[in-house]
Design a binder for this molecule. Sequence first.
Ligand code: ADP
Length: 323
Amino acid sequence: MKKIHKIAVLTSGGDAPGMNAAIRAIVRSGINNGLEVYGVYNGYLGLVQNDIRPLTRGSVTNIINRGGTILGTARLPEFADMEVTKKGADNLKKLGIDALVVIGGDGTYRGAKRLHDLGIHCVGIPGTIDNDIASSEITIGFDTAVNTAVECIDKLRDTSNSHQRCSIIEVMGRHCGDIAYAAGVAGGCDLIVTSETGYTVERVMEVVNRAKEQQRRHILIVFTEHITDVDALAKKIKDETGFDSRATILGHIQRGGIPTPFDRVLATRFGVVAVQELLAGNSGIVLGLQHNEIVPIEIEESFKMTKNIFRKYAVEVNTNASK
Ligand code: ADP
């Protein structure tokens, strides 16, 4: 088994609160285990551009409570081109770096698989607010994003109630409804609409009309992004039901902010286990949280997995109207 001496870490894809806590854990546990640790700046872009610098204990001081990623992140679609991947692998080899921890989503994992095939030991850590990685029940950043969304929903509840209004809240998630499910349940919303639940205007009108009949003072409806034009829907609700209605798109505000203690602890666990896996000589794997354990999964296997944790109870409680 090849002994690992130097490792590197990069963050890639969308940033997520808690990525810094993972970087810190990798650097500190790497150094504690006698490794030299490097940071690759701006994801695979920095890897290809050779923006790779040593990290010390001091490099990661004061970051556990900071959102974003101190290493920066970038998107480089060209990394799917084998010549470009090879350039990145060569840059690591020139510095004598044997192994790489990547923090990101499925796209980032695909890049890691290619590097693994070129002889770089790779371990992936799930970092994305969307929670759209099936191999991990929860990803780094999701808890913080849900906290942010719920804080906003709570505020919208106050003003909606005062004005007898329907608030439509659009949250992030790309094609995964988990932020909507979790924030919708925690925010006591009347209806949760995601790509998995499907969307019809009739269903929304049914919920609004039922609330009107019940003389409710507010209605809260949460949508995952990319489902419909929520501003147009708010106008339609007002025009057709007379119930005053406003849409609020939370947008990138959900990507930033101080990571919750849950995200910091989760990120630290992932970071420590990633270093242990590399020290054990393992590669071509990603780490996932399953039944509260951090477990390794072959990268290719991880793409075949599915999960349905938040949806199954959300649909039971989220609606004011009958099912
Ligand atoms: P995420 O990692 O959150 O899914 P992206 O899909 O944007 O985010 O992927 C992040 C980066 O991973 C991309 O910008 C690209 O550099 C790299 N990547 C994505 N897909 C592939 C692929 N099929 N092969 C190699 N690299 C990829």
